[in-house]
Design a protein around this ligand. Sequence first.
Ligand code: SAM
Length: 274
Amino acid sequence: MNLWFTEHEQETMRMSYKIKETLHKERSKFQDISIVDTYRFGRMMILDDVVQTTEKDEFIYHELMVHMPLFTHPNPEKVLVIGGGDGGCIREVLKHPSVKKAVLVEIDDRVVEVSKQFLPTISQGLDDPRVEVKIEDGINYVKETKNEYDVIIVDSTDPEGFSLTLFSDEFYKAIYSCLKEDGLFVSQTSSPFFRPEFLKETYERIGEIFPKTKLYVGNILTYFGVFSFSMGSKKYSPDDIEEIRNIPMETKFFNKDIYKAAFALPQYVKDIFK
Ligand code: SAM
């Protein structure tokens, strides 16, 4: 058998993965969900024909999403993840000894269930007693919740369809009030190479609401290379941190050098903001 899955990057580029077999396929209320087993990346979750996470490279994205903000905050106790139904961010959040409670707000319960069934190494934290999973639209949840969280992580699908609201001005204002007075948040802000205008608009939108913003990047193989993450903070800035506290957990990507290096931006990324 010669089976391939092909993802399209807008209209002009494609990336293909040879697959061993399709393990699951369904149409949920929100999106097409599939799990395929690939030769290069192990099991892969695909939503509406876009790769979300794979067993082999997920650690890079999830460690960057979680440890960068959680090591910027001096004592993260209560953490919210919006989106992220695969559970990868929650798994990393739970590695922090200071965390007492983690809430996951995912719009599509089927993403959570499928991940529990087919991606146990990624979803392993979802049944932890410190975790509460809520199935609802992230924007509604943050609008109703005030002054609760130390850190919020927005692990959403790309800015299309029902995830578009998670990049809006209204959403960022609600995130601001949902955070405690010294809270901070991070969101994936897509590829600076393929979507520079989107990154610029979104980062500047965050900067209109949060007094401190910071951009960092990492190479995510299955997201077409370099990927960006935007941080908005009420009080703490990575610029004021000489060296982060000791890292008590096992990591595969994140370390003290990465904390510093991820904020170093290539010139073409800096030029986006000129
Ligand atoms: N890291 C991945 C990426 O960028 O490819 C995203 C992983 S995670 C599976 C994204 C999740 O965000 C999806 O399960 C999707 O259902 C969820 N999501 C999208 N819009 C949402 C919303 N408005 N509220 C809550 N969850 C949302």
